[in-house]
Design a protein around this ligand. Structure first.
Ligand code: DGL
Length: 272
C-alpha cells in the first residue's frame, strides 16, 4: 500500500495520475483537512503535520509515501527523508523544467502557494533556470481554499472561486504567444489541476498548462521497482483506495467521487 497525503483534496490530482500508472496498487489517501490549507500558515505547522501524518501512515503499513503537496514537500521532505531513511518518500515540485521545454516566448507564469514560493527548495529549483527564461511568480492566496469550498458545489462558492482565480491570473500579466507574453503556465499546487479548464479559459487557448501528476507517478513506479529490486514489480494490490480526512470527510468524498470514482467513500480519522 502507498500512502498519499495533502492538506486537503489537492493531492487527488496526483492520486489520479498514480492510479493511471499503477492501476493495481492499493492506496491510502489522507487529506489533512482539519489542519489546512497549508500555504499561508507557518512552516513549522506544516512540518509538524508532515511528521505526524508520516507516523500515522507508517503505522498503517505503507511501503512508500507520496507527499502530494508542493507546500509540504518544500517545508518538510528533507526532514522526513532523514527521519525515515528506510521509507521511499516521493515529493512534488512546480514543473519549471518541463515548462521551459515548452515555452517559446520564454516568459513562464507560475502559480503556487505563498509558502512554496518563499521556500529555499523553490529558490534552489529556480536559480539555475533564471538565465533561460523569465519566470513570473504569483502567490495565490486563498485559491486552494476556494477550490476546497467549491467542491460541494454552491453557486456562490463557484463564483468566489472564479473571482479568486481571475484576480491571480490577471496579476500575472499578459497571456499569449507573442514576445513579452506568457505562453506557459505552471500549476505549482496540486489543487490547481482541478480548475485547469477555468485557468485555460482565462489564459486563452494558446497557453500551455503544465502540472506534475504524470512525472510524480512515473517516479513513484521507479521507486517501487527499486524497492522490489526487480525491473517491474508484480502488482501488489487490487486497486483499492481508502480515503481518510483529519476533518469533515464530505468534501474529500465529493471530490474523490467526482474526479476518481463514483463509488469511493471517505471517513474521518482522529489525528490532532
Ligand atoms: N495542495 C497544496 C500544494 O500543492 C497546498 C494547498 C494549501 O494547503 O495551501 O501546495
Amino acid at each position: 500500500m502507498i500512502g498519499v497525503y495533502d492538506s486537503g483534496i489537492g493531492g487527488l490530482s496526483i492520486l489520479q495520475a498514480l492510479r493511471r500508472e499503477l492501476p493495481e496498487q492499493d492506496f491510502i489517501y489522507l487529506a489533512d483537512s482539519g489542519h489546512g490549507p497549508y500555504g499561508e500558515r507557518e512552516t513549522d505547522h506544516v512540518l509538524e503535520r508532515a511528521r505526524r501524518i508520516t507516523e500515522h501512515l507508517r503505522g498503517r503499513g505503507v511501503q512508500a509515501l507520496v507527499v502530494a503537496c508542493n507546500t509540504a514537500t518544500a517545508a518538510a521532505i528533507e526532514h522526513l527523508r532523514s527521519e525515515h531513511p528506510d521509507l521511499p518518500i516521493i515529493g512534488v515540485e512546480p514543473a519549471l523544467k518541463p515548462a521551459l521545454a515548452l515555452s517559446r516566448s520564454r516568459r513562464i507564469g507560475v502559480l503556487a502557494t505563498r509558502m512554496t514560493l518563499a521556500s529555499d527548495k523553490f529558490a534552489r529549483l529556480l536559480e539555475p533556470l533564471r538565465e533561460q527564461a523569465q519566470f513570473v511568480l504569483r502567490a495565490c492566496d486563498g485559491l486552494a481554499l476556494a477550490i476546497e469550498n467549491s467542491v460541494q458545489g454552491s453557486a456562490q462558492a463557484q463564483a468566489e472561486l472564479l473571482a479568486c482565480a481571475s484576480e491571480h491570473m490577471q496579476a500575472l500579466g499578459e497571456w499569449g504567444t507573442g514576445s513579452g507574453q506568457i505562453d506557459t503556465l505552471v500549476l505549482g499546487c496540486t489543487h490547481y489541476p482541478f480548475i485547469a479548464d477555468q485557468l485555460q479559459a482565462l489564459a486563452g487557448p494558446q497557453v500551455s498548462l503544465v502540472d506534475t501528476g504524470a512525472p510524480v507517478a512515473r517516479q513513484t513506479r521507479i521507486r517501487l521497482a527499486d524497492l522490489a529490486d526487480v525491473p517491474a514489480p508484480a502488482p501488489s494490490g487490487h486497486g483499492h483506495i481508502e480515503l481518510i480526512s483529519t476533518g469533515p470527510s464530505e468534501g474529500l468524498q465529493a471530490a474523490a467521487q467526482r474526479w476518481l470514482a463514483p463509488e469511493l467513500h471517505a471517513s474521518t480519522v482522529d489525528l490532532p
